[in-house]
Design a protein around this ligand. Structure first.
Ligand code: NSS
Length: 427
C-alpha cells in the first residue's frame, strides 16, 4: 500500500496538497457542505467536503458514515480560525476504506464498566491515545537510559518452578504434568545473568495472584528489573535515584504538553530523594499518631503518610528481615534487618523494591531453610553462590505505578492497555 500520507497534526502549511488516512469522529452536514472530524494517531483535524467538488454519490455516502469509519482524504490545507487546530483540509477526493457499523458502543457518558468491557475500542480515544504514547515513551526512555549506562538487555523465562517473592501470589499451572508457575519477578535469572554480562536488565511482565482489589495492584504488570555485579545497597540506591530522576526529566522534556493535558500539576521530581531507615520511618509515623509495630511491613496508607511527612519521594531502607523475601542480605551490623530499599512516591506509594542480595552460599541456604522452602527447589540459584560468587544488588520497578504517579491516575488499570486484575481478564 502506498504510504505517502501525512498525519493530521503535521498538516499545517496553507495551500499544501496532502493525503490523510484516519477514522471518522463525527460528520456534520450543512446543506452542500460536510464537516468531517477526522482522527489519526497524532490528533484531530477538520475535513471540509463540498458537494460541487466531489462526485455526488460519494458525497451522499460520506454523509452517512458512522463513527470510526476509516477513510483516505486527498485535499488542500487551509487556515481557518473556526476550525479546531486553526487549519482544515478542503477535500478533493475521499475514499472510504471501511464504513463502520452504526452501533459503536463507546458514547459520551457510558459507565467505566462499559469502557472496560470495550477496552479494545476505548483505547482509540484521544485521551487514551495520549496516555499510551506517554507509556511508550517512558518504556523507551528507561531502556535507552540503561543501554547508555552500559546495561545489557537480558531475556528471562515467564514459566518458572520456584517462588521469588514468597508463595502467596503465585499463579500455578500444569506444565506437562509438573507444577509450574508464572514468574513473579525475573530477579533470580538476572542474578544468573550478571555472571555473564555484569550489568543486566529486563523489561517484561511479572504476574502476581493479588487477591485484593486495590488501586495500585495488577495481576500482570510490566516490571523493569535491573541487576548489577559488584554493587552494594548504596550503589543500587544511587542507581535507582539516577534512573528515575533522569527518565522523568527526559519524559517531561519530550511529552510535557501531553502529560499536562492529563495531569496539569506534574513536575519531575528533583534529586536527591530523601533517605530514611525503616526505624526512622516508624518513628516519623508514630509522631503523626500512626502506630506501626516494629516488624510489620508498611502498607499503602503508611507509605502515603510517609511521603506526605517527608514532602516528596523517599527511600526507606533496612527493613526487618521478616518483612522481606529470603534473598535479601542481612545487615552485618544488625542481623534482624536486611540491606533492602523501597522507593516511595507521592500518589502511589512504592514504585521500587530492591537491595543487596545474599552472596554467601551458607547464609543463603540457611535463609531458604528458615523460610520453610526446599533447598532442592533453589538448587540452581544456590549454584550462583558456589562458583565465583560476588557482591551484587538490584531492583524492580513497576512501570504502571510510575504512570499512576506521572499522570495522577485514579487507578492503575488506566496505566496499561489491557489490564488484568482479580475481576478482569477480558478483553
Ligand atoms: O515485589 S517487589 O517489591 N520486588 C521484587 O519483585 C524484586 N524481586 C525486584 C528485584 O529486585 N528485581 O516488586 C517490585 C515493584 C514494586 O515496587 C511495584 O512497583 C511493582 O514491582 N509491583 C506491582 N505493580 C503492579 N501490580 C502489582 N501487583 C505489583 N507488585 C509489585
Amino acid at each position: 500500500m502506498e504510504k505517502d500520507y501525512i498525519r493530521a497534526a503535521f498538516s499545517k502549511n496553507e495551500g499544501e496538497k496532502v493525503r490523510l488516512a484516519g477514522w471518522v469522529n463525527t460528520v456534520a452536514s450543512l446543506g452542500k457542505l460536510l464537516f468531517i472530524n477526522l482522527r489519526d494517531s497524532s490528533g484531530l483535524i477538520q475535513v471540509v467536503v463540498k458537494k460541487d467538488k466531489i462526485n455526488s454519490v460519494d458525497f451522499d455516502e460520506i454523509k452517512e458514515l458512522g463513527r470510526e469509519s476509516s477513510i483516505l482524504v486527498e485535499g488542500e490545507v487551509r487556515k481557518d480560525k473556526r476550525a479546531p487546530g486553526g487549519v482544515e483540509i478542503l477535500a478533493q477526493k475521499v475514499t472510504i476504506a471501511s464504513s463502520s457499523s452504526k452501533d459503536f458502543p463507546i458514547r459520551k457518558g457510558v459507565s467505566s464498566k462499559v469502557l472496560g468491557n470495550y477496552r479494545h475500542l476505548s483505547i482509540r480515544s484521544r485521551k487514551f491515545s495520549k496516555l499510551l504514547l506517554i507509556r511508550s515513551e517512558l518504556l523507551r526512555l528507561f531502556r535507552d537510559w540503561l543501554i547508555r549506562n552500559d546495561f545489557k538487555e537480558f531475556s528471562c523465562p515467564t514459566l518458572i518452578t520456584a517462588a521469588c517473592e514468597g508463595g502467596a501470589t503465585l499463579f500455578e499451572l500444569n506444565y506437562f504434568g509438573k507444577k509450574a508457575y508464572l514468574t513473579q519477578s525475573s530477579q533470580f535469572y538476572l542474578e544468573a545473568g550478571i555472571f555473564s554480562l555484569e550489568k543486566v536488565f529486563t523489561l517484561q511482565p511479572s504476574f502476581r495472584a493479588e487477591k485484593s482489589k486495590t488501586r495500585r495492584h495488577l495481576t500482570e504488570f510490566w516490571h523493569l528489573e535491573v541487576e548489577e555485579a559488584w554493587c552494594d545497597l548504596n550503589g543500587i540506591i544511587n542507581l535507582e535515584e539516577d534512573i528515575v530522576a533522569d527518565v522523568l526529566k527526559e519524559l517531561d522534556l519530550k511529552m510535557g504538553q501531553e502529560i499536562r493535558s492529563i495531569n496539569p500539576n506534574f513536575s519531575p521530581p528533583e534529586k536527591p530523594f530523601k533517605k530514611i531507615t525503616y526505624d526512622e520511618a516508624i518513628a516519623l509515623l508514630s509522631r503523626e499518631g500512626i502506630k506501626v509495630e516494629w516488624g510489620s511491613d508498611l502498607g499503602a496508607d503508611e507509605e502515603k503518610a510517609l511521603v506526605n511527612i517527608v514532602g516528596g519521594p523517599v527511600f526507606v531502607t533496612h527493613f526487618p528481615k521478616k518483612t522481606r523475601a529470603f534473598y535479601h542480605k542481612p545487615d552485618p551490623q544488625r542481623d534482624e534487618v536486611v540491606l533492602s530499599n523501597d522507593l516511595l512516591f507521592p500518589k502511589v506509594g512504592e514504585i521500587i523494591g530492591g537491595g543487596e542480595r545474599i552472596s554467601d552460599y551458607n547464609v543463603l541456604l540457611k535463609r531458604i531453610k528458615e523460610e520453610g522452602y526446599s533447598p532442592k527447589d533453589y538448587s540452581w540459584y544456590l549454584d550462583l553462590r558456589k562458583y565465583g560468587s560476588v557482591p551484587h544488588a538490584g531492583f524492580g520497578l513497576g512501570i504502571e505505578r510510575v504512570l499512576v504517579y506521572v499522570l495522577d491516575l485514579p487507578n492503575i488499570k488506566f496505566a496499561i492497555p489491557f489490564p488484568r486484575t482479580i475481576s478482569r481478564i477480558y478483553p
